[in-house]
Design a protein. Sequence first.
Length: 566
Amino acid sequence: MTSRVGSILIAMLLGVVALIAAIVIVVLVDGDGRAEDAVVVSSLRDDDIVLLGEPIEIRVTVRDTEPVTSVELVVDDEPVGRDAQPVEDPTQGDFIATFSWAPERLGFADLTIRAVSVSGKVSELTFRVEVTDDPSRLPATLQVGVLSPRSAQRVPVDESLAVLVQAGGDVGEPAATFTLEVDGLEVDSAPAETSEGGGSVAVLNWTPRAPGVVTLRVRARTLSGQEGVTEVTVEVVGEAVTEGGGAGSPADDDSDQLGLLSIRDPQDGDEFPYAEDLSIDLDIAAEDTGRIVNLEVYVNADFLLNLEPDRLPDGSYRLSIPFQPPAPGDYSVQAVAFSESGQRFDARVEIRVLEGEESTEGPLPDLVPLAITVGEGNRVVVTVANQGEAAIQSATVLISVERTADRVLLAETEKTLTLSRGGSQAITLPTVLNEELEITVLLDGGNAVAELDEGNNEITALFQPAVGPDLVAQGLELSQDRRAIVRIGNVGAANFSGTLRVLLLFNGQAAEQLSFTGVLAVQGSLTLTGATPIEGAGELSAIIDPGNEIAEANEGNNLVTITITP
Protein backbone atom coordinates (compact mmCIF):
# COMPACT_ATOMS: atom_id res chain seq x y z
CA MET A 1 0.00 0.00 0.00
CA THR A 2 1.31 3.46 -0.74
CA SER A 3 1.99 5.70 2.21
CA ARG A 4 1.37 9.09 0.64
CA VAL A 5 -1.27 10.47 -1.66
CA GLY A 6 1.33 12.28 -3.72
CA SER A 7 3.07 9.05 -4.66
CA ILE A 8 0.02 7.81 -6.56
CA LEU A 9 -0.35 10.86 -8.73
CA ILE A 10 1.22 11.89 -12.00
CA ALA A 11 4.41 9.95 -11.27
CA MET A 12 2.44 6.85 -12.16
CA LEU A 13 2.10 8.22 -15.67
CA LEU A 14 5.49 9.95 -15.84
CA GLY A 15 7.31 6.66 -15.31
CA VAL A 16 8.45 4.51 -18.17
CA VAL A 17 5.22 3.12 -19.55
CA ALA A 18 6.46 1.86 -22.89
CA LEU A 19 3.92 0.45 -25.31
CA ILE A 20 5.19 -2.49 -27.34
CA ALA A 21 3.75 -2.16 -30.83
CA ALA A 22 2.22 -5.37 -32.06
CA ILE A 23 0.90 -5.21 -35.61
CA VAL A 24 -1.63 -7.85 -36.61
CA ILE A 25 -2.89 -8.02 -40.19
CA VAL A 26 -5.93 -10.16 -40.93
CA VAL A 27 -6.84 -10.78 -44.57
CA LEU A 28 -10.45 -11.93 -44.88
CA VAL A 29 -11.42 -14.45 -47.55
CA ASP A 30 -14.88 -15.69 -48.53
CA GLY A 31 -16.05 -19.26 -48.19
CA ASP A 32 -13.38 -21.72 -49.06
CA GLY A 33 -11.27 -19.13 -50.83
CA ARG A 34 -7.64 -18.95 -49.78
CA ALA A 35 -5.15 -16.12 -49.92
CA GLU A 36 -1.38 -16.13 -49.81
CA ASP A 37 0.06 -14.51 -46.70
CA ALA A 38 -3.45 -14.39 -45.25
CA VAL A 39 -2.12 -13.63 -41.76
CA VAL A 40 0.94 -11.55 -40.95
CA VAL A 41 2.00 -10.92 -37.34
CA SER A 42 4.79 -8.49 -36.48
CA SER A 43 6.29 -7.94 -33.01
CA LEU A 44 3.81 -10.24 -31.28
CA ARG A 45 3.72 -13.88 -32.37
CA ASP A 46 2.90 -17.31 -31.06
CA ASP A 47 5.16 -18.19 -28.11
CA ASP A 48 6.37 -14.62 -27.63
CA ILE A 49 7.07 -13.60 -24.02
CA VAL A 50 5.46 -10.49 -22.53
CA LEU A 51 5.88 -8.87 -19.12
CA LEU A 52 3.18 -9.02 -16.45
CA GLY A 53 1.44 -5.66 -16.06
CA GLU A 54 3.35 -4.04 -18.95
CA PRO A 55 0.94 -2.29 -21.36
CA ILE A 56 1.14 -3.62 -24.92
CA GLU A 57 -0.28 -1.76 -27.90
CA ILE A 58 -1.78 -4.16 -30.44
CA ARG A 59 -2.27 -2.59 -33.85
CA VAL A 60 -4.67 -4.47 -36.11
CA THR A 61 -5.09 -4.07 -39.86
CA VAL A 62 -7.95 -5.90 -41.58
CA ARG A 63 -8.04 -6.25 -45.35
CA ASP A 64 -11.27 -7.31 -47.09
CA THR A 65 -13.26 -6.78 -50.27
CA GLU A 66 -16.11 -5.21 -48.29
CA PRO A 67 -16.22 -2.65 -45.44
CA VAL A 68 -15.25 -3.87 -41.96
CA THR A 69 -17.68 -2.63 -39.31
CA SER A 70 -15.99 -3.75 -36.08
CA VAL A 71 -12.80 -5.28 -34.72
CA GLU A 72 -12.65 -6.88 -31.26
CA LEU A 73 -9.82 -8.11 -29.02
CA VAL A 74 -10.58 -11.08 -26.76
CA VAL A 75 -8.07 -12.42 -24.20
CA ASP A 76 -8.79 -15.82 -22.65
CA ASP A 77 -12.44 -15.59 -23.76
CA GLU A 78 -12.89 -12.19 -22.07
CA PRO A 79 -13.52 -9.10 -24.25
CA VAL A 80 -10.80 -6.52 -23.77
CA GLY A 81 -11.86 -3.90 -26.30
CA ARG A 82 -13.98 -3.33 -29.38
CA ASP A 83 -13.56 -0.73 -32.10
CA ALA A 84 -16.94 -0.18 -33.78
CA GLN A 85 -15.50 2.30 -36.28
CA PRO A 86 -12.11 1.09 -37.53
CA VAL A 87 -10.27 3.72 -39.57
CA GLU A 88 -10.28 3.09 -43.31
CA ASP A 89 -7.16 3.60 -45.39
CA PRO A 90 -8.63 4.09 -48.88
CA THR A 91 -5.21 3.92 -50.54
CA GLN A 92 -4.64 0.36 -49.35
CA GLY A 93 -8.21 -0.83 -48.81
CA ASP A 94 -7.36 -1.59 -45.17
CA PHE A 95 -9.23 -0.99 -41.92
CA ILE A 96 -7.11 -0.13 -38.87
CA ALA A 97 -7.87 -0.55 -35.15
CA THR A 98 -5.69 -0.35 -32.04
CA PHE A 99 -6.02 -1.96 -28.61
CA SER A 100 -4.02 -1.67 -25.39
CA TRP A 101 -3.64 -4.77 -23.23
CA ALA A 102 -1.80 -5.20 -19.94
CA PRO A 103 -1.29 -8.91 -19.03
CA GLU A 104 -2.85 -9.60 -15.63
CA ARG A 105 -1.89 -13.24 -14.91
CA LEU A 106 1.27 -15.32 -15.18
CA GLY A 107 1.30 -18.24 -17.57
CA PHE A 108 -0.10 -18.40 -21.06
CA ALA A 109 -2.72 -16.13 -22.62
CA ASP A 110 -4.76 -16.81 -25.75
CA LEU A 111 -5.47 -13.68 -27.79
CA THR A 112 -8.15 -13.54 -30.48
CA ILE A 113 -8.68 -10.78 -33.01
CA ARG A 114 -12.26 -10.92 -34.30
CA ALA A 115 -13.29 -8.81 -37.31
CA VAL A 116 -16.86 -8.41 -38.63
CA SER A 117 -17.66 -7.16 -42.15
CA VAL A 118 -20.83 -5.37 -43.24
CA SER A 119 -22.42 -8.61 -44.41
CA GLY A 120 -21.97 -10.15 -40.97
CA LYS A 121 -18.99 -12.32 -41.98
CA VAL A 122 -16.67 -13.00 -39.03
CA SER A 123 -12.95 -13.66 -39.33
CA GLU A 124 -10.69 -14.55 -36.42
CA LEU A 125 -6.98 -14.80 -35.71
CA THR A 126 -5.84 -16.53 -32.49
CA PHE A 127 -2.33 -16.77 -31.07
CA ARG A 128 -0.77 -17.56 -27.68
CA VAL A 129 1.84 -15.66 -25.69
CA GLU A 130 3.58 -16.37 -22.40
CA VAL A 131 3.28 -13.91 -19.51
CA THR A 132 6.25 -13.63 -17.14
CA ASP A 133 7.24 -11.43 -14.19
CA ASP A 134 10.96 -11.96 -14.83
CA PRO A 135 12.31 -9.04 -16.92
CA SER A 136 15.55 -10.95 -17.50
CA ARG A 137 13.68 -13.30 -19.81
CA LEU A 138 12.95 -10.40 -22.15
CA PRO A 139 15.55 -9.07 -24.57
CA ALA A 140 16.99 -5.71 -23.53
CA THR A 141 15.30 -3.20 -25.84
CA LEU A 142 14.72 0.52 -25.96
CA GLN A 143 10.95 0.73 -25.76
CA VAL A 144 9.19 3.72 -27.32
CA GLY A 145 5.64 4.96 -26.77
CA VAL A 146 3.54 7.72 -28.33
CA LEU A 147 1.50 9.49 -25.65
CA SER A 148 -0.29 11.78 -28.09
CA PRO A 149 -1.89 11.64 -30.58
CA ARG A 150 -3.85 8.47 -29.88
CA SER A 151 -3.97 5.77 -32.51
CA ALA A 152 -6.74 6.39 -35.09
CA GLN A 153 -7.17 9.95 -33.80
CA ARG A 154 -8.52 12.48 -36.29
CA VAL A 155 -6.23 15.47 -36.80
CA PRO A 156 -6.91 18.56 -38.97
CA VAL A 157 -5.03 19.19 -42.18
CA ASP A 158 -2.63 22.19 -42.36
CA GLU A 159 -2.40 22.53 -38.56
CA SER A 160 0.75 21.72 -36.60
CA LEU A 161 0.48 18.47 -34.63
CA ALA A 162 2.49 18.01 -31.42
CA VAL A 163 3.61 14.37 -31.09
CA LEU A 164 4.41 13.60 -27.44
CA VAL A 165 6.80 10.64 -27.15
CA GLN A 166 8.45 8.67 -24.36
CA ALA A 167 11.17 6.02 -24.19
CA GLY A 168 12.69 3.71 -21.61
CA GLY A 169 13.71 0.11 -21.10
CA ASP A 170 16.40 -2.11 -19.71
CA VAL A 171 19.25 -0.99 -21.98
CA GLY A 172 21.53 0.61 -19.38
CA GLU A 173 21.24 4.17 -20.73
CA PRO A 174 18.47 6.62 -21.59
CA ALA A 175 17.41 7.74 -25.03
CA ALA A 176 19.38 10.75 -26.30
CA THR A 177 17.35 11.75 -29.37
CA PHE A 178 13.96 11.23 -30.96
CA THR A 179 13.07 11.49 -34.65
CA LEU A 180 9.70 11.52 -36.39
CA GLU A 181 9.28 9.95 -39.83
CA VAL A 182 6.26 10.25 -42.15
CA ASP A 183 6.09 8.15 -45.32
CA GLY A 184 9.75 7.22 -44.84
CA LEU A 185 10.94 10.84 -44.59
CA GLU A 186 12.28 12.43 -41.42
CA VAL A 187 10.15 15.48 -40.59
CA ASP A 188 11.44 16.46 -37.13
CA SER A 189 13.95 15.53 -34.45
CA ALA A 190 14.51 16.64 -30.87
CA PRO A 191 16.88 15.89 -27.98
CA ALA A 192 15.43 13.76 -25.20
CA GLU A 193 14.60 15.24 -21.81
CA THR A 194 14.35 13.36 -18.53
CA SER A 195 10.79 13.14 -17.17
CA GLU A 196 9.94 13.55 -13.50
CA GLY A 197 9.17 9.84 -13.12
CA GLY A 198 12.19 8.59 -15.08
CA GLY A 199 12.58 7.74 -18.71
CA SER A 200 13.01 10.13 -21.64
CA VAL A 201 10.42 12.39 -23.25
CA ALA A 202 10.27 14.85 -26.15
CA VAL A 203 7.82 16.80 -28.30
CA LEU A 204 8.05 16.38 -32.08
CA ASN A 205 6.10 18.50 -34.56
CA TRP A 206 4.55 17.74 -37.95
CA THR A 207 2.04 19.57 -40.13
CA PRO A 208 -0.11 17.31 -42.36
CA ARG A 209 -0.68 18.76 -45.82
CA ALA A 210 -3.26 16.38 -47.27
CA PRO A 211 -6.19 14.33 -45.91
CA GLY A 212 -5.89 10.57 -45.53
CA VAL A 213 -4.61 7.85 -43.18
CA VAL A 214 -0.98 8.42 -42.20
CA THR A 215 1.44 6.28 -40.18
CA LEU A 216 3.86 8.21 -37.97
CA ARG A 217 7.07 6.36 -37.07
CA VAL A 218 8.95 7.49 -33.96
CA ARG A 219 12.57 6.41 -33.56
CA ALA A 220 14.56 6.80 -30.32
CA ARG A 221 18.35 6.38 -30.07
CA THR A 222 20.82 6.23 -27.20
CA LEU A 223 24.33 7.72 -27.32
CA SER A 224 25.79 4.25 -27.90
CA GLY A 225 23.50 3.70 -30.91
CA GLN A 226 20.81 1.43 -29.43
CA GLU A 227 17.50 2.09 -31.10
CA GLY A 228 13.78 1.61 -30.51
CA VAL A 229 10.90 2.24 -32.91
CA THR A 230 7.12 2.49 -32.64
CA GLU A 231 4.31 3.64 -34.91
CA VAL A 232 0.94 5.34 -34.55
CA THR A 233 -1.68 5.75 -37.28
CA VAL A 234 -3.76 8.95 -37.51
CA GLU A 235 -6.50 10.10 -39.86
CA VAL A 236 -5.96 13.56 -41.38
CA VAL A 237 -9.30 15.26 -42.08
CA GLY A 238 -10.36 18.47 -43.81
CA GLU A 239 -9.23 20.13 -47.02
CA ALA A 240 -5.81 21.61 -47.67
CA VAL A 241 -5.60 25.39 -47.81
CA THR A 242 -5.26 26.71 -51.39
CA GLU A 243 -3.87 30.02 -52.49
CA GLY A 244 -6.54 32.63 -53.12
CA GLY A 245 -9.10 30.91 -50.88
CA GLY A 246 -11.76 28.75 -52.51
CA ALA A 247 -13.41 25.61 -51.17
CA GLY A 248 -10.31 24.59 -49.28
CA SER A 249 -9.67 27.92 -47.55
CA PRO A 250 -10.16 28.34 -43.80
CA ALA A 251 -12.94 30.86 -44.39
CA ASP A 252 -15.14 28.07 -45.76
CA ASP A 253 -14.50 25.65 -42.88
CA ASP A 254 -16.96 25.11 -40.05
CA SER A 255 -17.38 28.04 -37.71
CA ASP A 256 -15.94 26.01 -34.84
CA GLN A 257 -12.50 26.87 -36.23
CA LEU A 258 -12.99 30.27 -34.55
CA GLY A 259 -13.51 28.69 -31.14
CA LEU A 260 -11.36 29.21 -28.06
CA LEU A 261 -9.97 26.80 -25.46
CA SER A 262 -8.48 28.38 -22.35
CA ILE A 263 -7.12 27.48 -18.93
CA ARG A 264 -8.74 30.22 -16.85
CA ASP A 265 -7.13 29.19 -13.59
CA PRO A 266 -4.31 28.96 -12.71
CA GLN A 267 -2.88 31.71 -14.87
CA ASP A 268 0.47 31.70 -16.61
CA GLY A 269 3.26 32.33 -14.07
CA ASP A 270 1.25 31.51 -10.93
CA GLU A 271 3.21 30.11 -7.98
CA PHE A 272 2.06 27.69 -5.26
CA PRO A 273 3.78 26.59 -2.02
CA TYR A 274 4.34 22.85 -2.05
CA ALA A 275 2.54 20.56 0.38
CA GLU A 276 1.91 16.84 0.24
CA ASP A 277 -1.83 17.42 -0.11
CA LEU A 278 -1.55 20.35 -2.54
CA SER A 279 -4.27 20.13 -5.18
CA ILE A 280 -4.54 22.69 -7.98
CA ASP A 281 -7.92 22.83 -9.70
CA LEU A 282 -7.48 23.40 -13.43
CA ASP A 283 -10.39 25.56 -14.62
CA ILE A 284 -10.73 24.76 -18.34
CA ALA A 285 -13.26 26.48 -20.60
CA ALA A 286 -14.14 26.25 -24.30
CA GLU A 287 -16.41 28.45 -26.41
CA ASP A 288 -17.55 28.33 -30.06
CA THR A 289 -15.69 25.09 -30.73
CA GLY A 290 -18.62 22.93 -31.77
CA ARG A 291 -19.10 19.60 -30.00
CA ILE A 292 -15.87 18.43 -28.33
CA VAL A 293 -15.39 14.67 -28.61
CA ASN A 294 -12.15 14.44 -26.65
CA LEU A 295 -10.22 16.60 -24.20
CA GLU A 296 -6.68 15.64 -23.19
CA VAL A 297 -4.52 17.14 -20.43
CA TYR A 298 -0.72 16.90 -20.26
CA VAL A 299 1.78 17.98 -17.62
CA ASN A 300 5.38 18.50 -18.79
CA ALA A 301 4.47 16.60 -21.99
CA ASP A 302 3.33 13.60 -19.93
CA PHE A 303 -0.24 12.37 -20.38
CA LEU A 304 -2.49 13.11 -17.39
CA LEU A 305 -6.01 12.18 -18.49
CA ASN A 306 -8.54 12.32 -21.30
CA LEU A 307 -12.34 12.56 -21.27
CA GLU A 308 -15.36 13.61 -23.33
CA PRO A 309 -16.70 16.66 -21.46
CA ASP A 310 -20.37 17.47 -20.99
CA ARG A 311 -21.66 20.38 -23.04
CA LEU A 312 -23.48 23.25 -21.31
CA PRO A 313 -26.89 24.42 -22.60
CA ASP A 314 -25.30 27.44 -24.32
CA GLY A 315 -22.96 25.16 -26.29
CA SER A 316 -19.83 25.99 -24.28
CA TYR A 317 -17.77 23.84 -21.92
CA ARG A 318 -16.54 24.46 -18.37
CA LEU A 319 -14.87 21.87 -16.18
CA SER A 320 -12.51 21.61 -13.24
CA ILE A 321 -9.76 18.98 -13.17
CA PRO A 322 -7.68 18.41 -9.99
CA PHE A 323 -3.91 18.27 -10.41
CA GLN A 324 -1.65 17.36 -7.47
CA PRO A 325 2.04 18.17 -8.12
CA PRO A 326 4.23 15.30 -6.89
CA ALA A 327 7.13 17.63 -5.94
CA PRO A 328 8.28 21.25 -6.12
CA GLY A 329 9.33 22.44 -9.57
CA ASP A 330 8.18 24.04 -12.82
CA TYR A 331 5.14 22.56 -14.56
CA SER A 332 3.83 23.12 -18.06
CA VAL A 333 0.13 22.30 -18.14
CA GLN A 334 -1.44 21.81 -21.58
CA ALA A 335 -5.06 21.13 -22.55
CA VAL A 336 -5.85 19.83 -26.04
CA ALA A 337 -9.43 19.50 -27.34
CA PHE A 338 -10.74 17.96 -30.58
CA SER A 339 -14.13 18.79 -32.09
CA GLU A 340 -16.29 16.33 -34.02
CA SER A 341 -15.29 18.08 -37.25
CA GLY A 342 -11.61 17.38 -36.58
CA GLN A 343 -10.61 20.83 -35.34
CA ARG A 344 -7.88 21.00 -32.66
CA PHE A 345 -7.74 23.60 -29.87
CA ASP A 346 -4.82 24.12 -27.47
CA ALA A 347 -4.21 26.01 -24.23
CA ARG A 348 -1.09 26.06 -22.06
CA VAL A 349 0.06 27.69 -18.81
CA GLU A 350 3.40 27.59 -17.00
CA ILE A 351 3.21 27.38 -13.19
CA ARG A 352 5.76 26.96 -10.42
CA VAL A 353 5.47 24.94 -7.21
CA LEU A 354 7.81 26.35 -4.56
CA GLU A 355 9.68 24.48 -1.88
CA GLY A 356 7.55 24.13 1.23
CA GLU A 357 7.35 22.16 4.43
CA GLU A 358 6.01 18.66 3.83
CA SER A 359 3.51 17.36 6.31
CA THR A 360 4.08 13.87 7.61
CA GLU A 361 0.36 13.22 7.59
CA GLY A 362 -2.28 14.48 5.28
CA PRO A 363 -5.89 13.86 4.29
CA LEU A 364 -6.63 10.64 2.46
CA PRO A 365 -9.21 9.65 -0.16
CA ASP A 366 -11.68 6.82 0.34
CA LEU A 367 -12.90 4.69 -2.59
CA VAL A 368 -16.41 3.33 -2.08
CA PRO A 369 -18.46 1.30 -4.62
CA LEU A 370 -22.04 2.58 -4.62
CA ALA A 371 -23.94 0.46 -7.13
CA ILE A 372 -23.76 -2.30 -9.74
CA THR A 373 -25.84 -1.73 -12.86
CA VAL A 374 -26.27 -3.22 -16.33
CA GLY A 375 -24.47 -1.46 -19.18
CA GLU A 376 -24.65 -1.67 -22.97
CA GLY A 377 -24.25 -5.21 -24.23
CA ASN A 378 -24.94 -6.53 -20.69
CA ARG A 379 -21.58 -5.31 -19.41
CA VAL A 380 -21.06 -4.81 -15.68
CA VAL A 381 -21.08 -1.14 -14.66
CA VAL A 382 -19.93 -0.16 -11.17
CA THR A 383 -20.42 3.35 -9.78
CA VAL A 384 -17.62 4.42 -7.44
CA ALA A 385 -17.27 7.50 -5.25
CA ASN A 386 -14.49 9.22 -3.37
CA GLN A 387 -15.89 9.84 0.12
CA GLY A 388 -12.53 10.77 1.61
CA GLU A 389 -10.83 14.07 2.41
CA ALA A 390 -8.41 14.23 -0.55
CA ALA A 391 -8.70 13.89 -4.31
CA ILE A 392 -7.59 10.81 -6.24
CA GLN A 393 -5.32 11.78 -9.13
CA SER A 394 -4.63 9.30 -11.95
CA ALA A 395 -4.49 6.25 -9.70
CA THR A 396 -4.48 2.86 -11.47
CA VAL A 397 -6.58 0.44 -9.42
CA LEU A 398 -7.38 -3.25 -9.84
CA ILE A 399 -11.10 -4.07 -10.09
CA SER A 400 -12.25 -7.69 -9.64
CA VAL A 401 -15.62 -9.29 -10.40
CA GLU A 402 -16.46 -12.51 -8.53
CA ARG A 403 -19.37 -14.91 -8.37
CA THR A 404 -20.65 -14.30 -4.86
CA ALA A 405 -21.76 -17.85 -4.08
CA ASP A 406 -18.29 -19.43 -4.30
CA ARG A 407 -16.05 -16.35 -4.86
CA VAL A 408 -14.93 -17.66 -8.25
CA LEU A 409 -13.10 -14.90 -10.12
CA LEU A 410 -15.02 -13.92 -13.27
CA ALA A 411 -12.75 -11.12 -14.47
CA GLU A 412 -10.12 -8.58 -13.44
CA THR A 413 -9.22 -5.28 -15.03
CA GLU A 414 -7.20 -2.16 -14.26
CA LYS A 415 -8.71 1.32 -14.46
CA THR A 416 -7.10 4.74 -14.00
CA LEU A 417 -9.26 6.91 -11.72
CA THR A 418 -9.28 10.67 -11.14
CA LEU A 419 -11.87 11.66 -8.55
CA SER A 420 -12.26 14.90 -6.63
CA ARG A 421 -13.47 14.88 -3.03
CA GLY A 422 -17.09 13.80 -3.13
CA GLY A 423 -16.83 12.95 -6.82
CA SER A 424 -18.25 9.79 -8.39
CA GLN A 425 -17.84 7.94 -11.68
CA ALA A 426 -19.61 5.07 -13.48
CA ILE A 427 -17.03 2.59 -14.77
CA THR A 428 -17.94 0.12 -17.51
CA LEU A 429 -16.03 -3.14 -17.04
CA PRO A 430 -15.22 -5.54 -19.91
CA THR A 431 -17.23 -8.23 -18.08
CA VAL A 432 -20.31 -9.44 -20.01
CA LEU A 433 -22.94 -11.53 -18.18
CA ASN A 434 -25.89 -13.09 -20.00
CA GLU A 435 -27.52 -14.80 -17.03
CA GLU A 436 -28.97 -13.61 -13.74
CA LEU A 437 -26.21 -13.88 -11.16
CA GLU A 438 -25.24 -12.45 -7.79
CA ILE A 439 -21.81 -10.88 -8.17
CA THR A 440 -19.31 -9.08 -5.95
CA VAL A 441 -17.13 -6.22 -7.20
CA LEU A 442 -13.91 -5.43 -5.30
CA LEU A 443 -12.11 -2.10 -5.84
CA ASP A 444 -8.37 -1.56 -5.49
CA GLY A 445 -7.54 -5.19 -4.77
CA GLY A 446 -3.84 -4.35 -4.95
CA ASN A 447 -4.15 -1.47 -2.43
CA ALA A 448 -2.65 1.02 -4.86
CA VAL A 449 -4.55 3.85 -3.15
CA ALA A 450 -3.93 4.72 0.52
CA GLU A 451 -7.44 5.22 1.94
CA LEU A 452 -9.17 6.33 5.09
CA ASP A 453 -11.05 3.03 5.22
CA GLU A 454 -9.71 -0.07 3.47
CA GLY A 455 -12.73 -2.13 4.52
CA ASN A 456 -15.44 -0.58 2.35
CA ASN A 457 -14.14 -1.42 -1.13
CA GLU A 458 -16.59 -4.25 -1.84
CA ILE A 459 -20.19 -4.38 -3.07
CA THR A 460 -22.54 -7.29 -3.80
CA ALA A 461 -25.66 -7.14 -5.97
CA LEU A 462 -27.89 -9.25 -8.20
CA PHE A 463 -26.96 -8.71 -11.85
CA GLN A 464 -29.99 -9.03 -14.12
CA PRO A 465 -29.10 -8.85 -17.84
CA ALA A 466 -31.20 -6.44 -19.84
CA VAL A 467 -33.65 -7.80 -22.38
CA GLY A 468 -32.84 -5.98 -25.58
CA PRO A 469 -34.64 -5.11 -28.79
CA ASP A 470 -34.20 -7.12 -32.00
CA LEU A 471 -34.16 -4.97 -35.13
CA VAL A 472 -34.93 -6.93 -38.30
CA ALA A 473 -34.55 -5.96 -41.96
CA GLN A 474 -38.06 -6.88 -43.11
CA GLY A 475 -37.92 -5.63 -46.69
CA LEU A 476 -36.11 -3.64 -49.34
CA GLU A 477 -37.49 -2.25 -52.61
CA LEU A 478 -37.19 0.66 -55.03
CA SER A 479 -39.75 3.43 -55.43
CA GLN A 480 -40.95 4.51 -58.86
CA ASP A 481 -38.19 7.14 -58.92
CA ARG A 482 -35.67 4.40 -57.96
CA ARG A 483 -35.09 5.49 -54.38
CA ALA A 484 -34.47 2.75 -51.81
CA ILE A 485 -37.27 1.95 -49.36
CA VAL A 486 -36.26 -0.05 -46.27
CA ARG A 487 -38.74 -1.63 -43.84
CA ILE A 488 -37.51 -2.33 -40.32
CA GLY A 489 -39.25 -4.14 -37.49
CA ASN A 490 -38.57 -4.69 -33.80
CA VAL A 491 -39.25 -8.36 -32.98
CA GLY A 492 -37.41 -8.24 -29.66
CA ALA A 493 -38.72 -8.13 -26.10
CA ALA A 494 -37.81 -4.48 -25.39
CA ASN A 495 -38.39 -1.11 -27.03
CA PHE A 496 -35.59 0.52 -28.99
CA SER A 497 -34.81 4.15 -28.18
CA GLY A 498 -32.05 6.22 -29.73
CA THR A 499 -30.52 6.68 -33.16
CA LEU A 500 -30.68 3.85 -35.71
CA ARG A 501 -28.46 3.94 -38.80
CA VAL A 502 -28.97 1.98 -42.03
CA LEU A 503 -26.20 1.61 -44.64
CA LEU A 504 -27.17 1.10 -48.28
CA LEU A 505 -24.70 -0.79 -50.50
CA PHE A 506 -25.00 -1.00 -54.27
CA ASN A 507 -22.79 -3.62 -55.92
CA GLY A 508 -20.68 -3.73 -52.76
CA GLN A 509 -20.08 0.04 -52.59
CA ALA A 510 -21.57 2.40 -50.00
CA ALA A 511 -24.40 4.31 -51.70
CA GLU A 512 -26.17 6.15 -48.89
CA GLN A 513 -26.72 6.14 -45.12
CA LEU A 514 -30.21 6.55 -43.63
CA SER A 515 -31.01 7.27 -40.00
CA PHE A 516 -33.93 7.32 -37.58
CA THR A 517 -33.98 8.89 -34.11
CA GLY A 518 -36.81 8.03 -31.77
CA VAL A 519 -38.55 5.00 -30.27
CA LEU A 520 -39.41 1.77 -32.07
CA ALA A 521 -41.71 -0.22 -29.82
CA VAL A 522 -41.88 -4.00 -29.52
CA GLN A 523 -43.58 -5.46 -32.63
CA GLY A 524 -43.46 -2.00 -34.17
CA SER A 525 -42.11 -1.18 -37.61
CA LEU A 526 -40.90 1.80 -39.58
CA THR A 527 -40.03 2.68 -43.18
CA LEU A 528 -37.03 4.72 -44.29
CA THR A 529 -36.69 6.13 -47.81
CA GLY A 530 -33.42 7.15 -49.42
CA ALA A 531 -32.77 10.47 -51.12
CA THR A 532 -30.43 9.27 -53.87
CA PRO A 533 -31.76 7.41 -56.94
CA ILE A 534 -30.15 4.03 -57.61
CA GLU A 535 -29.11 3.88 -61.25
CA GLY A 536 -28.24 0.73 -63.17
CA ALA A 537 -28.54 -2.97 -62.38
CA GLY A 538 -26.99 -5.09 -59.65
CA GLU A 539 -27.20 -6.07 -55.98
CA LEU A 540 -28.73 -3.60 -53.50
CA SER A 541 -28.27 -4.29 -49.78
CA ALA A 542 -29.49 -2.60 -46.60
CA ILE A 543 -27.58 -3.18 -43.36
CA ILE A 544 -29.24 -2.18 -40.11
CA ASP A 545 -26.84 -0.84 -37.45
CA PRO A 546 -23.68 -1.40 -39.57
CA GLY A 547 -21.42 -0.38 -36.67
CA ASN A 548 -23.11 -2.80 -34.22
CA GLU A 549 -23.71 0.12 -31.85
CA ILE A 550 -27.05 -1.27 -30.66
CA ALA A 551 -27.13 -4.27 -28.31
CA GLU A 552 -29.68 -6.67 -29.82
CA ALA A 553 -31.02 -10.10 -28.95
CA ASN A 554 -30.02 -11.28 -32.44
CA GLU A 555 -27.27 -9.56 -34.44
CA GLY A 556 -27.64 -11.92 -37.42
CA ASN A 557 -30.85 -10.63 -39.01
CA ASN A 558 -29.80 -7.09 -39.89
CA LEU A 559 -29.11 -7.60 -43.63
CA VAL A 560 -31.45 -7.72 -46.62
CA THR A 561 -30.35 -7.90 -50.29
CA ILE A 562 -32.29 -7.69 -53.56
CA THR A 563 -31.36 -7.79 -57.24
CA ILE A 564 -32.49 -4.80 -59.28
CA THR A 565 -32.68 -4.23 -63.03
CA PRO A 566 -32.20 -1.00 -65.02
